[in-house]
Design a protein around this ligand. Structure first.
Ligand SMILES: C[S@@+](CC[C@H](N)C(=O)[O-])C[C@H]1O[C@@H](n2cnc3c(N)ncnc32)[C@H](O)[C@@H]1O
Length: 339
């Protein structure tokens, strides 16, 4: 359990749903759909699907695959019998074996910190076979690896080899899948995309309330990595994305915001997203960041509004506490409206 209901996925940085202020929840409720541009673990997307139609987007293929999987299950109106058929087809001795998949065939020279060294050859081959079997199997398999083998989804945990065998992996994959098949029937429609947020006009529909809590850099003064730290989301994007998509995804191809490049590109990018959302017909745009992020939240709210030509009609912060250590931090929310 992640604390966000059984559907949210393990993901570092996940927001506490209880920290969303009332005014922000009202705004979200007023939308035809709740659209999250950078949905990450999807806690809020899945939570809102209890009440209204939702759309989750993320540039990270793994994050996006969660919403796309939910959509497949809902679209097929999946029954328990269909689940059983699917589960039987991916059983280790039934599945079509792939021997030259991504994990099995990546040359040793290209195996870096994103490659899960701790898996045995047998499990690598089964993971590749599952990922190439169908999008649902690919998602649940990657999810089990992230759940079992990572340190807060920021690095592979060298001390945590996947225990047991292919059957063990199979059991974990089908256990989560079954919960999804059982839960999604009673939810409102869930859709998903794997786009860069600047392309949001392609999936936003008139009347949607759009939300984003992007991968801000951490405040360099509060992190041991200082100004040269990597963006914490590169691990998930590269490690999980490569396994799921069965292709080599590396940070060079994915520009993350870095504190050392200054705040201007960050504000300009988010302003572009806001403009694109209003072009797509968004009713309003909710921007969220935390006090531990950089640039400073209150300044960011105003800078983005000005650069987007939008009206910052409301902003506030709530005090939240981290789930692990209970350390307090602030969560900021701003509501932008077209002028
Ligand atoms: C802070 S996390 C979102 C966490 C989410 N609110 C939750 O509670 O689980 C930020 C996400 O932004 C995504 N992201 C960063 N830049 C993006 C971009 N240009 N387009 C789409 N997604 C992006 C990252 O992949 C990451 O999943």
């Amino acid at each position: 359990m992640t604390g966000h209901g059984e559907l949210a996925q393990p993901y570092w940085g996940i927001q506490r749903l209880t920290s969303f202020p009332k005014r922000i929840i009202w705004e979200i409720q007023s939308g035809n759909r709740y659209v999250d541009l950078t949905a990450g673990g999807g806690g809020m997307v899945f939570e809102r699907s209890k009440f209204q139609a939702v759309h989750g987007n993320d540039r990270n293929a793994y994050a996006a695959a969660g919403f796309q999987t939910a959509n497949i299950i809902q679209d097929r109106n999946c029954s328990l019998r269909q689940f059983q058929e699917w589960a039987a087809a991916i059983y280790p001795t039934n599945i079509r074996r792939v021997t030259d998949g991504y994990l099995s065939s990546l040359p040793t020279t290209e195996r870096d910190r994103f490659y899960p060294e701790q898996l045995t050859d047998e499990i690598r081959e089964y993971v590749d076979s599952l990922c190439q079997h169908d999008p649902m199997a690919a998602y649940f398999t990657t999810r089990v690896l992230m759940d079992e083998l990572t340190v807060r989804c920021r690095a592979w945990d060298k001390d945590s080899p996947i225990s047991g065998s292919n059957i063990d992996l199979y059991n974990r994959v089908t256990r989560i899948a079954r919960t999804w098949f059982e839960t999604l029937e009673s939810r409102c429609p869930i859709t998903g995309t794997n786009e860069s947020a600047e392309n949001c006009a392609s999936f936003i529909r008139p009347g949607d309330v759009v939300y984003t809590d992007p991968a801000w850099p951490w405040d360099p003064s509060q992190d041991v990595g200082g100004i040269d730290q990597d963006n914490p989301y590169d691990f998930l994007t590269c490690a999980a994305g490569s396994i799921l998509k069965q292709k080599h995804i590396r940070p060079d191809g994915i520009p993350f915001w870095l504190a050392k490049n200054g705040p201007e590109p960050i504000w300009d990018d988010v302003a572009k997203w806001v403009r694109a959302a209003f072009e797509g017909g968004a009713k309003s745009f909710i921007l969220s960041t935390q006090g531990t992020n950089w640039p400073a939240p209150d300044l960011t709210m105003h800078e983005v509004a000005e650069r987007a030509g939008a009206n910052l009609s409301h902003y506030e912060y709530a005090v939240a506490a981290t789930r692990r250590s209970g350390t307090k931090f602030t969560e900021w929310f701003g509501i932008l409206e077209g002028k």
